[in-house]
Design a binder for this molecule. Structure first.
Ligand SMILES: *Cc1c(COP(=O)(O)O)cnc(C)c1O
Length: 434
């Protein structure tokens, strides 16, 4: 299909080219029971990941003492944000029914973003596999022993590599260095200086590219292939990352029960997930569909300049199309979302499960950042606000649901230095004044 044919078949493309904030409803969505039969990722695989994270809890509480009070379980709070909810309605002159909750992955321990789920999980899996293979560990052992010098020595014989716009690199770099692995992070041109500095201070090798995320991943993959003791974390294709993210769903279910929030046919759940290459939001959405089936409606949120997943899903072309193909420049301040080409694996796994996808421009993200800080005293990085416009977008299009619970997934911000955060906040306030 050439560009003109594409634009003819998918009229929304012209709105995307005009950088409008749009919402797309997925016409290929079917009931989740049938959809789940068409994919190879299973509930057992997610359960296996959950069990592995439990096994590692005794290691994590030693290696990262800040996780000791939560017994080595990497999880974030789910909170009500009533003041933001009313401010949001006022700001957009749009009312919506139901309660607004924030899932605070910015507060995840170890690396302060959603990448502390999948990214850390995949490194734990590699470490376990190596140690078991060499008869140094049994799955019935107390994994706290992995925090000893003997293991640091052992892991230093192996290396880990990853390509990243920043946050995945931070997660993988921090956990890998802690184990003793040699670790290389291939960073795209948009990665922030403080992230490179922080990683280098931990002994991580940071390789910088003048190109975007896809090139950083490709180069990383190429270099890792040459070395058989090197494990490459493939953000575009990794099933391990995906199932690591999916574990979030069962944890969320428990939190909803503790809040006495019901999810059923009369009380649907709407979840809005900022999306870059797709692994994080796709994994979480997948886990939620496994648990809540047709009672949960998951939406991806992307910057107007980088709507790669929306484009891939809508056209069915997945990783075979990039936002450059429709003339978008993939430039956004939303770290982690500056991805021009989606994961084909994630797109194909979610194509019958996801409810839709919407876009948001950088200015709106900054405004929401300022509003959330002022109303709830919660500071997020710009990407983490991408989902906040979700309930507004749905309402504008006439989707009105009663008794709904809306969860905005706040994907990051916990590691942003306060000086940088101040700049984000000021920028938000500037936009709000206009
Ligand atoms: C990585 C990231 C996302 C998106 O995750 P993907 O797996 O790339 O789709 C969203 N928000 C933040 C803050 C991120 O770092």
């Amino acid at each position: 299909m050439d560009k003109q044919q594409l634009e003819g078949r998918f009229p929304l493309i012209s709105n995307m080219q005009n950088k409008e904030e749009i919402i797309w409803f997925n016409p290929n969505k079917i009931n989740s029971e049938d959809a789940l039969k068409n994919v190879f990722v299973t509930a057992e695989m997610v359960q296996d990941a959950s069990d592995r994270l439990d096994r590692f809890a005794s290691y994590l509480r030693i290696a990262f003492p800040e996780t000791a009070k939560v017994k080595g379980i990497i999880e974030s709070p789910l909170v009500k944000i009533p003041t933001m909810e009313s401010t949001l309605k006022e700001f957009f002159h749009t009312d919506f029914d139901g309660e607004l909750l924030l899932k605070c992955d910015n507060a995840l321990p170890i690396s302060g973003s959603i990448k502390a789920r999948g990214g850390i999980y995949e490194v734990l899996k590699i470490a376990e596999q190596l140690a078991i293979q060499e008869n140094l560990l049994k799955i019935t052992d107390d994994y706290g022993l992995l925090a000893t010098e003997k293991f640091t020595q052992f892991f230093s014989n192996y290396s880990i590599a990853v390509g990243s716009t920043g946050n995945l690199g931070l997660s993988i770099g921090i956990i890998s260095a802690k184990f003793g692995f040699q670790v290389t992070v291939h960073m795209s041109s948009d990665a922030k200086q403080w992230k490179k500095d922080m990683l280098r201070a931990k002994g991580v090798i940071v390789v910088e590219y003048d190109f975007d995320y896809s090139i950083a991943v490709k180069e990383g993959r190429k270099q890792a292939e040459k070395d058989s003791s090197c494990f490459f974390i493939d953000d575009e294709n990794s099933v391990d990352l995906f199932v690591g993210y999916a574990v979030a769903a069962s944890r969320l279910k428990t939190q909803l029960e503790q809040m006495q929030t019901t999810v059923d046919a009369e009380n649907p759940l709407f979840v809005y997930l900022p999306c870059g290459v797709g692994g994080g939001p796709g994994g979480v959405a997948f886990g939620l569909k496994l648990l809540f089936g047709d009672h949960v409606h998951c939406f991806f949120a992307e910057p107007t300049n980088s709507p790669c997943m929306l484009l891939g899903l809508m056209t069915g072309l997945h990783e075979k199309i990039s936002v450059a193909d429709i003339g978008l420049d993939n430039k956004t301040d939303a770290d982690g979302l500056a991805v021009g080409r989606p994961s084909g694996f994630v797109g194909k796994t979610l194509e019958q499960l996801i409810s839709g996808s919407f876009t948001i421009n950088d200015q709106t993200m900054y405004e929401l950042l300022g509003l959330l800080a002022d109303t709830e005293n919660i500071l997020l990085e710009p990407s983490a606000l991408a989902g906040m416009i979700g309930p507004i977008q749905l309402t504008r299009l006439g989707v009105s649901v009663q008794n709904a619970t809306h969860i905005v997934w706040a994907t990051g911000g916990g590691m942003v230095p306060s000086q940088e955060m101040k700049v984000y906040y000021e920028k938000g306030k500037q936009f709000l004044k206009k």
